[in-house]
Design a binder for this molecule. Structure first.
Ligand code: SF4
Ligand code: SF4
Length: 208
């Protein structure tokens, strides 16, 4: 991760906008932002972020690489799409937020212990095992993601909810022992491998 970050700094030498255009999903749209601030004003969570979307785009254009990529702001995007439907320039803001978060994670610059980043990794690992999300395992992993003591505390706090789900058949305890997979798990992995191949090609074409 650290090596990739060093290679990218060397390759783009302070041309952070170009780096974003080449490596971040929908990053080529950032230059179209006219800084009207509608997205930040429309974002239900923006006021709690260090840098709402319009500010992040301004910082990208100003070359503030470190501040943008180590920010926790884009990790808090809930994909509500308020910004996208209101942006007068029709920027795919939501996708750029997730693209920035993903790129920061690839470079090893995502904030340590950022809860959404942790959840995203747990969700992905869970999904890859069986081609579907095992909700029981995901829930348990979430409870225990900050250690055993914290996990027991959270589990105790939520025991009523868990019991209710068991009683109403919304949770199958047998799923804790492996769980069932999609019919064609090999095919599922092939689809993802193909998607990765296409994404790598797209990045290579932009970087050329
Ligand atoms: S609404 Fe669109 S044009 Fe306005 S600041 Fe946000 S991204 Fe830029
Ligand atoms: S999609 Fe994300 S960035 Fe856009 S308004 Fe919703 S939370 Fe904010």
């Amino acid at each position: 991760m650290g090596d990739l970050n060093t290679a990218m700094i060397e390759k783009y030498r302070n041309r952070f906008l170009k780096e974003v255009e080449a490596n971040v999903e929908e990053g080529e749209w950032v230059k179209m932002c006219m800084q009207c601030g509608v997205c930040s004003g429309s974002c239900p969570l923006g006021k709690f972020w260090d840098h709402p979307p319009q500010e992040l785009f301004m910082m990208i254009r100003a070359g503030k690489r470190e501040e943008v990529l180590s920010s926790s702001s884009m990790w808090m995007c809930t994909s509500c799409y308020n910004c996208i439907v209101r942006c007068p320039r029709e920027l795919p803001i939501t996708h750029i937020m997730h693209g920035l978060a993903h790129y920061a994670a690839r470079l090893g610059l995502a904030p340590k212990n950022q809860p959404t980043a942790k959840f995203a990794q747990l969700f992905w690992d869970n999904l890859m095992q069986k081609g579907r999300v095992n909700e029981l395992k995901l829930g348990l992993n979430l409870y225990f993601m900050n250690g055993a003591a914290e996990g027991v505390k959270v589990a105790m706090k939520n025991q009523k909810i868990g019991l209710g789900m068991l009683k109403t058949g919304r949770m199958n305890p047998m799923e804790a022992f492996g769980g069932h997979a999609v019919k064609d798990l090999g095919g599922f992995h092939k689809v993802l491998a193909k998607a990765k191949e296409l994404e790598d090609k797209r990045i290579a074409a932009h970087s050329a």
